[in-house]
Design a protein. Structure first.
Length: 514
């Protein structure tokens, strides 16, 4: 008998379960159905609109175009540990259309929904920040934050005013995480709360909504939304197939509710005949896809090949999770490997350990593939993020991983934070022109083992064209070689051309940070 994960959030077009006698097969899972009704319940909208009217009555507004957004207002990296499953619906009829003319949206959706992997990561923490300088108009906190249905329950939220008639909404926050109060002034990049699943929500995510002149709007520009982008640097939709999670266990996954609830994680198993279980989050899985797994012994010889089987998905799955199990003998101790092959391509090579020592797979987490400042040219009027790029397998025994961030300005610590997101943000007001800003991160796993620190630094407001934290001959050479061209790393004042102003900036900053 096969076991199906209990999907509290529901499945659409569930796959036909395939089973290979005596060994195992695809156990369950399927496409994740995110919110398909309003993220903000009607009663909440009325409550917020009343708060906005009260605010505007004592804060007269002046019309004007909203300022551009410097970065997405949630820690993590888009299309990495964050996934935008819904954009704004720009089809004002009964249809569904996002800004790129695809249907990555539900009818009437008024914002962007960016989800994290699970409730486990919700507990590790995913910060939410103010997208621009502003003032707090409304907040709510204290509501249950592990909802799995769009039931209209009350949410934890923050609403900000940015001048004129420009407002932004931050919804579904974690209980007791709201860090601002009504009337408070905030800076771009300032911490507002943590990502969760409070309110009318099926999965932990941030619902980010933009309003101007009493109308909601789509900040991204594309084929179906003309005009300039509201983002200073817009991130395009990722459309290729990729994995966002892979983990193993010896526990029967069918006995657990399924994502977004926590699932067991383990990568060390005793020798002998036993069932192994593993699960994945996959995005942009093409229609009629197939899967195959190959198990390799410690000497890298092939031990077992499942053969190729279909997902039986007659339509593409933009967001899905699946779990498998297999029972076979693993007599050789050491580090094994499982290769996941989708549609003939290896999409994951994951380690596991066969040992009588339960701690065989313990140790520090994986090394980052890169650590960098974003944007690489830091300006005093914009927040800056330290972005960590991690491999799919963040720990060889699948322990939860957090990131311990530290920010220094002119060698003085100005911010420290530890959470589960692949980036952290230093808000506007933390640094001034000419300051040396450095971000550092130590990658931590749940038993206290760490790796790092890794870091990056630069000079605020110009001069450091190559982003190495030192304004020197190399930066001067870059400016001179790109003089007269539109070359962003050397265009320090971002006026579209490398010119005398940029040359003056690098000369005035020469020697800083070296």
């Amino acid at each position: 008998m096969l076991w199906l994960g209990i999907l509290l959030w529901g499945l659409i077009q569930p796959p036909t379960i395939e089973f290979v006698p005596m060994y195992g097969g695809l156990g369950g899972g399927g496409p994740v159905e995110m919110n398909h009704s309003g993220c903000i319940a009607p009663a909440e909208r009325m409550e917020v609109q009343a708060a906005i009217r009260r605010f505007q009555a004592i804060n007269p507004t002046v019309m004007g175009a909203p300022s551009k957004y410097p970065m997405y207002p949630q820690s993590g990296n888009l299309w990495d540990d964050l996934f935008v499953n819904n954009f704004t619906d720009i089809d004002l009829t009964s249809g569904e259309r996002d800004y790129e003319c695809t249907n990555f949206v539900y009818n009437g959706h008024q914002g962007h929904d960016s989800d994290i992997r699970s409730f486990m990561e919700q507990e590790l923490g995913y910060p939410v920040q103010a997208v621009l300088d502003g003032q707090v108009v409304a907040t709510r906190d204290g509501e249950f934050d592990r909802q799995t249905s769009a039931s209209g329950a009350p949410a934890n939220y923050v609403v900000l005013w940015h001048g004129g008639d420009h407002l932004t909404y931050y919804w579904h926050l974690r209980r007791n995480s709201v860090a601002v109060s009504v009337g408070q002034m905030v800076r771009a990049g300032q911490h507002l709360g943590m990502t969760a699943s409070s309110g009318s929500s099926t999965y932990p995510h941030l619902h980010f909504e933009s309003w101007n002149d009493n109308n909601w709007f789509e900040p991204s520009a594309g084929a179906c939304r003309s005009g300039s982008s509201q983002w200073q640097r817009q991130t395009n939709i990722r459309r290729d197939m990729y994995l966002r999670e892979f983990a193993m266990t010896d526990q029967h996954i069918g006995n657990y509710p399924g994502l977004p609830w926590e699932l067991p994680r383990k990568g060390t198993f005793a020798p002998g005949q036993q069932p192994l279980y593993w699960y994945m989050i996959v995005h942009n899985l093409p229609a009629f896809s197939n899967w195959r797994f190959r198990f390799f012994r410690p000497d890298n010889t092939l031990h077992f090949d499942t053969g190729t089987y279909g997902f039986n998905n007659t339509s593409p799955y933009r967001w899905a999770w699946f779990w498998w199990f297999w029972s076979f003998s693993t007599p050789f101790t050491g580090q094994w490997r499982i290769d996941a092959v989708f549609n003939g391509n290896v999409v994951a090579s994951a380690p596991f350990f066969i040992s009588n020592d339960a701690t065989a797979g313990h140790g520090p987490p994986a090394e980052p593939t890169s650590v960098s400042l974003d944007p690489p040219i830091v300006r005093a009027d914009r927040p800056v993020a330290l972005r960590v790029r991690m491999p799919l397998i963040r720990h060889r025994n699948y322990h939860p991983v957090t990131y311990r961030y530290q920010w220094l300005v002119n060698d003085a610590v100005v911010r420290e934070a530890e959470h589960g997101a692949h980036s952290d943000v230093l808000p506007v007001g933390s640094f001034q022109p000419g300051d040396v800003v450095r971000g550092e991160v130590i990658v931590m796993e749940s038993l206290g083992n760490g790796r790092g620190p890794y870091g990056a630094q630069t000079i605020v407001d110009g001069g450091d064209a190559n982003g190495d934290g030192c304004v020197d001959d190399t930066d001067l050479a870059i400016v001179l070689s790109q003089f007269g061209l539109a070359h962003p790393p050397a265009d320090f004042n971002e006026d579209g051309v490398v010119d005398d102003t940029d040359l003056a900036i690098v000369l005035s900053a020469f020697g800083r940070g070296c």
